[in-house]
Design a protein around this ligand. Structure first.
Ligand code: HEM
Ligand code: HEM
Length: 177
């Protein structure tokens, strides 16, 4: 087995784009828009919808990851670094799911489903800082950003410095060649 399952590959790149989009828009647009700005509702609508789709796809991806055959773990000749790489992959699932869970918790505490999607017309709270999951959501965003930079850096190092063709494993093609 030399490549991940094509469905896992599709979801990997789709989720990568969605998660990076959620992080960039979340910190640069959503969190920067005051809650009394009428544009906040649209921004929340987009962010929350994207977040919920990410959660659903990430859970499906986790199930597929457990059910499908995959290439053996990449071996760079150092047992500790190999283990770190494997741990980082599992950490991704945990952090992305925790990110979505904390987002949903803020939304529930602030009554956002009714305000953002139900058209209740109720005002948003002045800000979300009084809800403890808001702080967790911010810290997790930083952790996730660092994980992504490290992961992408490691992938590019494999590909262009070590030249072991690792990126091929997360792309489409004959899985047994
Ligand atoms: C939000 C962004 C990303 C997330 C959440 C993510 C997540 C993951 C996870 C969990 C795996 C382990 C395999 C699995 O469980 O299916 C993986 C593998 C991989 N990712 Fe990412 N990834 C992201 C972005 C990227 C980027 C930008 C690159 C570009 C270099 C990349 C390249 C790879 C490669 C080459 C593998 C295969 C590694 C191997 O075969 O051991 N990923 N990714
Ligand atoms: C992987 C999925 C998600 C990512 C990457 C993400 C990312 C972010 C980021 C980067 C911020 C700004 C953090 C800061 O600057 O401190 C943020 C804020 C927020 N997110 Fe998410 N989020 C995700 C999922 C969700 C979900 C599922 C919901 C709710 C259904 C949600 C609701 C919120 C709310 C209410 C805020 C606060 C906005 C504010 O303070 O004005 N997020 N998110």
């Amino acid at each position: 087995m030399t490549r991940y399952h094509p469905l896992l590959v599709t979801l990997h790149w789709l989720l990568a784009a969605m998660i990076i989009g959620g992080l960039v828009m979340g910190s640069n647009v959503l969190a920067e828009t005051p809650n009394d700005d009428p544009a906040k509702l649209v921004s929340l609508q987009m962010h929350m919808s994207l977040g919920i789709v990410i959660l659903a796809l990430m859970v499906i991806r986790l199930a597929l990851r457990l059910l499908t055959t995959r290439p053996p773990h990449a071996d760079i000749g150092n047992a500790m670094v190999n283990k770190l790489g494997q741990a980082a992959h599992w950490l991704f699932y945990a952090v992305v799911i925790a990110m979505c869970a904390s987002g949903l918790a803020i939304a529930n505490m602030a009554g956002l489903p009714g305000i953002v999607f139900g058209g209740s017309g109720a005002p948003l709270p002045a800000d979300f800082s009084m809800y403890p999951p808001r702080a967790a959501h911010g810290v997790l965003a930083t952790v996730l950003g660092v994980l992504i930079l490290g992961h992408a850096g490691a992938g590019l190092w494999h590909q262009y410095v070590r030249k072991d063709g690792l990126l091929r494993r997360m792309w489409f093609g004959n899985r047994s060649e």
